[in-house]
Ligand binder design. Structure first.
Ligand SMILES: NC(=O)c1ccc[n+]([C@@H]2O[C@H](COP(=O)([O-])OP(=O)(O)OC[C@H]3O[C@@H](n4cnc5c(N)ncnc54)[C@H](O)[C@@H]3O)[C@@H](O)[C@H]2O)c1
Length: 399
């Protein structure tokens, strides 16, 4: 008897010890659990999806896997209150599946607010494909991904994001109508990035008007971080205006090309945040305004295309405000692209796209002024307007 009780207690503690260490290990390395590796109790403790801090009552999260093409993707649908969830697909070599999931959740949420504040009748969604767009993207993989989108029957509509080209959207179009940003030759509006850049330029001008008393960017020193599809177009707009433009990117070839084409200066330092500048334009990936960078930033204005620039919206938004740095909310000023691809759904032309995108100037200025009056951050002010619209629509639907 003694032996039985004793061994079961030892067994129990061994199990606890084992589970605790497994949990710590999983947590430490951010592994997405594999059923061979951990039991259901362990899964429950880590709360893989609904328990994530970036999970914000998303309506649906879809994990797509196809062994033959190597496709591993996540489609996150945050909200369809205002309409079908529209948002780009990003292909990126994430450090872990946790990072990919976190990105999909945060990006899709931002799309909900971007559409809402821009007055478009669409919801927020986003997809991420895990992998290197340069070496792992194939036509077969893109089409297979399109089939997963098709299976959602229009609840999610995709378009370009980081790592994607118009030709990829054309491939998706071969298997589903639920894609925008396809080539003009196929009846689409083409690459939305130049319109996104124009909207960012408008938002940046509004922030300059608010901070410096006029919107002229001539002779202002602007650092553009990331000179991909959007960043390059933004550089073009800035150079045309006579700004003093510095560029950074992890792609050396692209740096040389853009520098030669527009006469922008390549930044060779190793800490862009500490540099003295008028405007910092994040146009690569998100969360560059974070605990490590926020007190180093010397820019007077932050205005760029990257989604989710503030690692922690409330905390970092507040610190920027306290430091007198004007932050033009990313989801507001980068809406040009979605305005452009929305035209494919609503059948409006270039003139209307430009009118709506130009209006980003007025909205940004209004939000910066109202944030100041109500003592909240610009991000919070923009969010309030977007949330109000979604709430009103919810009420309308429920009647
Ligand atoms: N394409 C659009 O219409 C659109 C619309 C709204 C928002 N955005 C956002 O704007 C950003 C840029 O989008 P894009 O379409 O130009 O993507 P892209 O892939 O064409 O360009 C991104 C660029 O950033 C560079 N980069 C990556 N990490 C970097 C780092 N650590 N430092 C410096 N450069 C780095 C890449 O090398 C690349 O040149 C993304 O955050 C995207 O979500 C894009």
């Amino acid at each position: 008897m003694y032996f039985v009780v004793h061994s079961s207690i030892i067994g129990y503690f061994c199990k606890l010890f084992f589970e605790y260490n497994l949990f710590k290990l999983t947590y430490k390395y951010n592994f997405l659990m594999n059923s061979n590796f951990i039991n259901a109790n362990g899964l429950h403790k880590v709360d893989p999806v609904f328990g994530q801090s970036s999970f914000d009552n998303h309506e649906q999260v879809v994990f797509c896997n196809d062994k033959d093409t190597g496709l591993k993707a996540i489609i996150a649908i945050h909200s369809t209150v205002l309409g079908p969830a529209l948002g780009g697909t990003r292909m990126w070599q994430y450090n872990s599946e946790w990072d990919a999931l976190n990105d999909a959740l945060r990006l899709s949420r931002a799309m909900t607010f971007k559409a809402a504040i821009t007055g478009l009748n669409i919801g927020g969604g986003k997809a991420v494909i895990i992998g290197d767009a340069k070496t792992q993207k194939t036509p077969k993989l893109m089409k297979r991904f399109g089939e997963f989108i098709h299976a959602l029957s229009g609840k999610y509509i995709t378009t370009e994001d980081v790592g994607m080209e118009t030709t990829d959207m054309d491939l998706i179009r071969d298997v589903t109508p639920f894609v925008t940003g396809i080539s003009e030759s196929k009846g689409g509006v083409g690459n939305p990035s130049p319109i996104t850049a124009y909207g960012v330029f408008m938002g940046m001008k509004a922030a300059a008007e608010y901070k410096f008393g006029n919107d002229i960017l001539e002779d202002k020193t602007v650092f553009v971080q990331g000179i991909g599809h959007v960043g390059e177009s933004l550089v073009e707009n800035l150079i045309n205006e006579g700004a003093n433009v510095f560029i950074t990117d992890i792609n050396e070839q692209k740096l040389q090309e853009v520098s030669e084409k527009y006469g922008a200066k390549i930044y060779r330092g190793n800490d862009i945040y500490s540099e003295k500048m008028d405007i910092y334009a994040p146009c690569a990936l998100g969360a560059t305004v974070n605990d490590d960078t926020i007190y180093k930033i010397k820019a007077e204005v932050i205005a760029g295309a990257a989604n989710n620039q503030l690692a922690n919206e409330d905390k970092h938004g507040k610190i920027l405000q306290e430091r007198g740095i004007v932050y033009a909310p990313d989801f507001l000023i980068s809406a040009g692209g979605i305005i452009s691809v929305y035209a494919e759904l609503e059948n409006y032309g270039k003139k209307e796209i430009m009118r709506k995108t130009e209006n980003i100037f007025n909205t940004t200025l209004e939000i910066l002024e109202s944030a100041h009056k109500t003592s909240i951050t610009p991000h919070q002010a923009a969010l309030r307007i977007a949330e109000k619209r979604i709430k009103a629509r919810k009420l309308e639907i429920s009647k």
